[in-house]
Design a protein around this ligand. Structure first.
Ligand SMILES: [Zn+2]
Length: 321
């Protein structure tokens, strides 16, 4: 198993090596290239340092290349990190400690539209790709969470303590009563992406109204969170050519759909083999007891128990795009 270091962008590092030590280690981690993938990864050769500090939950670097002083700090940090992770897994009732994600590929995979998902003139118009799986040999899956109705503080705490990356797709009509909730996840490194203003069935709308839904949400996200995202997911996964033309006009680069959906009490699969695959995008929702028989942490527990049991780590979707 390789070594693990975490991104400190949530400010939640274990105190073992002190703030300055951690900064030094992260700087080292960022410059040391590594391909020491653990058992969870099948894609060692395509991995390395991507030119920045690692994202939450990410595995890093070849520790043999570190100077002795840094190495001992790094080892102390790793011990604290592993202990914190194991304690968090116990605390949140997971069956096993989640696997740390491998480093994302240095060369990003070429994302293309899944066969059968294209619209007319998709390539000619250079419309954003629709995909359900990211091409990778690494044993990773990506967690994406939609809408935004449920704003459970326990969910934020759980994901932060376990260092599990995820990607949010927000619809304004359910998030606008508490924009601040999502600001907290943004601080942890989660990107907040476009899921329209009012969550309509887009193919029923004119081009102009579709554009208003998508560009309008881009504007809200920029005003509230300072960034116009590159990712958009159409409500219910339904779209037509106008949707993609409008999305492109609004600055969208990718349209990730999903290959599995996890609920609080079951999974649903797109593929006949009813299984996870490397690079699969998993969908879930910000829902609570009002909408399903459990809490957000209950859903995450179901998600992580299966993912870990199958030997997958959870990686950050944006690191592969
Ligand atoms: Zn939705």
């Amino acid at each position: 198993m390789g070594s693990v270091v975490q991104n400190d962008n949530n400010g939640a590092f274990p105190a073992a090596s002190g703030a300055r030590g951690v900064v030094a280690l992260l700087a080292l981690a960022a410059i040391v290239s590594g391909c020491a993938q653990g058992g969870a990864s099948g894609g060692g050769a395509e991995s390395g340092v991507a030119g920045g500090t690692p994202a939450p939950g990410q595995q890093v670097a070849d520790p043999a290349a570190l100077p002795a002083h840094a190495l001992s700090l790094y080892a102390a940090h790793l011990r604290a990190e592993a202990l914190a992770r194991a304690a968090a897994a116990r605390h949140w009732g997971l069956r096993e400690v989640p696997l740390a994600a491998p480093l994302p590929p240095v060369r990003k995979p070429r994302i293309t539209t899944r066969e059968g998902f294209e619209v007319e003139d998709h390539e000619e118009l250079d419309l954003p790709p629709l995909f359900t799986t990211v091409p990778t040999r690494q044993k990773v899956v990506f967690l994406t969470i939609d809408d935004g109705a449920e704003k459970d503080p326990a969910f934020l705490k759980m994901m932060k303590e376990l260092r599990i990356p995820y990607t949010a797709f927000l619809s304004d009509y359910v998030v606008k009563d508490d924009y601040a909730y999502f600001r907290k996840m943004q601080k942890f490194g989660v990107t907040l992406n476009n899921h329209t203003l009012h969550h309509p069935y887009l193919p029923a709308l004119s081009y102009t109204r579709q554009k208003r839904e998508i560009c309008g949400m881009q504007r809200v996200l920029r005003e509230q969170y300072g960034r116009r995202p590159a990712l958009f997911r159409p409500p219910f996964g339904n779209y037509d050519r106008d949707t993609l033309v409008a999305a492109k006009t609004c600055g969208v680069k990718y349209v990730p759909l999903w290959n599995e959906e996890v609920f609080v009490d079951h999974w649903e699969y797109r593929e006949g083999d009813q299984d996870l695959h490397p690079g699969d995008i998993v969908l879930s929702h910000f829902r609570g007891r009002g909408e399903w028989k459990g809490t957000m942490p209950d859903m995450v527990r179901r998600f992580l128990n299966k993912v870990t049991e199958k030997g997958y780590a959870v990686a950050r979707l944006e690191d592969y795009l």
